[in-house]
Design a protein around this ligand. Structure first.
Ligand code: BGP
Length: 487
């Protein structure tokens, strides 16, 4: 093969709580991310929680969220805080304009997530919310006008708040039933127009109250919750295949490549063990059974065993994924003695970094694609890759973002090398995120990824006007040439 396949999928990816807004509109319920403030690298965004005596819980140093959250704490909105998910960049009211811009670039796929709380406002209703279904119907039909197919993330790091409060989210098996009910509704309503589905976003990295509804995500609760998500994903795949015979399912993994900090055998061995923290997820869902080292991973986290129902083993086997998708932004290094599940890891002295300290490593993308395919032998789908940077618009809102073009050019070349030289089957590439949106990790707006500039600042001020950046025209040319022309 000397060229990318003719049916290669080119597009962009977004997540509802970072992009959609429309808080309280169309009967949408409250989701876990709705209580997250904005933040920065120095001051992590966090859920504001209140104890019965009125004391507010301060965020700790953990990634994104205060954790653990005491069982008696309730979420609370503070009058003077800014909650970016409520408006995000208002795709809810701009979807026609945004989809048109994506179509202009030549996208034939658009990955977006459905807000669970828009379909089942608390997660507990028997009947879905028609206005929520109608919104996504409108989005999908608008895409169809341009021949753009959906890649739907069923659950992108969040859930209706009520499920978190009532069941401690994924810690309980009840949440599996709520999720499968939600999936059935989506498949019955959209299945005639959607082939590609992702059951969860970055399932290997999510933990804690915001993404999983779990109040204490260190140790046993986290791994029990993961098991329930594995079972829920497998049940969704089984049901999806029954209801939509042409459907293809993946789940999405955070694949920051991890290298040993040195060639010292102890560092290399620790790196292998740290990587197993990811394989634990990919193997189980990609092959349909827990890997042989699963207990070893659990032991690192002080977990003696996972509670499983008798039928879970068969469910995992029957509900294995059709393809493996992942996000790839950066690589990190680890060394012996580092804590387990060292999110972010250490920086790599051989790499340049983004302003947010993420090591830029295009070859790591080729490495990832090869490694996953060698191991799981199922097609790859790259569903997130991009550069978060501070853009400086001119007086018309135009951004000359050569740095973004350079990042994407090198990563797309690495992807092509994996496909054309190493022969890794890859279904497509969806860049994060085609239109500027709110950052997941910091809640900032100034960490921009898009081909299209959105006039809005970190506190939600601005006209929301959309202006294509220089990279917009560049990506259009790349897609027109099916990836041949990266100049
Ligand atoms: C992934 C998430 C996305 C997205 C992206 C960029 O982890 O799936 O939701 O936001 O990373 O991260 P950030 O927004 O923190 O820069």
């Amino acid at each position: 093969m000397s060229k990318l396949p003719d049916d290669f999928l080119w597009g962009g990816a977004t997540a509802d709580f970072q992009y959609e807004g429309g808080f309280g509109e169309g009967g949408r319920g409250i989701a876990t991310h709705d209580y997250e403030t904005n933040g920065s690298v120095e001051h992590p965004r966090h859920h504001t929680m209140k104890m019965p005596d009125g004391t507010l819980i301060e965020p700790n140093s953990s990634f994104i969220l205060a954790d653990p959250v005491p069982p008696e704490a309730e979420p609370v909105f503070l009058p003077d805080a800014y909650y970016p998910s409520h408006k995000a960049v208002d795709f809810y009211h701009h979807y026609k304009e945004d989809i048109k811009l994506m179509a202009e670039m030549g996208f034939n796929v658009f990955r977006f997530s459905i807000a669970w709380s828009r379909i089942y406002p608390t997660g507990l209703e028997d009947e879905p919310n028609e206005a929520g279904l109608q919104f996504y119907d409108d989005v999908i039909n608008e895409m169809a006008k341009y021949g753009m197919e959906p890649l739907i993330t069923i659950c992108h790091d969040e859930m209706p708040m009520e499920l978190a409060l009532k069941y401690d989210g994924w810690k309980s098996r009840e949440t599996i039933d709520a999720y499968v009910k939600y999936c059935r509704t989506l498949f019955e309503r959209f299945g005639d127009r959607c082939r590609y589905w992702l059951t969860f976003n970055e399932i290997n990295a999510v933990r804690g109250f915001g993404p999983c509804g779990v109040r204490n995500s260190d140790g046993p609760d986290r791994y029990q919750a993961d098991h329930h998500m594995f079972v829920a994903s497998a049940k969704a795949v089984i049901l999806g295949h029954q209801l939509m015979p042409n459907s293809k399912f993946g789940a999405m993994y955070a694949m920051s490549e991890i290298y040993p900090a040195t060639s010292k055998p102890e560092d290399v061995f620790h790196c292998m063990q740290e990587r197993r923290e990811n394989w634990y997820f990919i193997d189980t869902m990609g092959r349909g059974y827990y890997p042989s080292f699963a207990q070893e991973v659990l032991s690192h986290h002080g977990v003696k065993e996972i509670k499983m129902a008798a039928e879970d083993e068969q469910t995992l086997l029957d509900g294995q994924l059709d393809f493996i998708s992942f996000s790839y932004y950066r690589s990190n290094t680890v060394k012996a003695g580092d804590p387990w599940f060292n999110v972010g890891g250490d920086s790599n002295p051989y790499l340049k970094q983004t302003p947010w300290g993420w090591g830029i490593d295009p070859l790591g993308l080729r490495y990832c694609m090869n490694e996953i395919y060698d191991r799981i032998q199922k097609p790859i789908f790259i569903v997130e890759n991009g550069l978060g940077a501070v853009d400086q618009p001119d007086e018309n809102g135009y951004v000359d973002d050569d740095y973004r073009i350079a990042y994407l050019r090198e990563h797309l070349q690495a992807m092509k090398d994996a496909i054309l030289i190493d022969k890794v089957p890859c279904l497509g590439y969806t860049m994060w995120a085609p239109i500027d949106l709110v950052s997941l990790s910091t809640g900032e707006m100034k960490k921009r990824y898009g081909f299209v500039y959105v006039d809005m600042d970190d506190l939600g001020h601005g006209t929301l006007k959309r202006v294509p950046k220089k990279s917009f025209g560049w990506m259009k040319k790349v897609i027109e040439s099916n990836g041949e022309d990266l100049s």
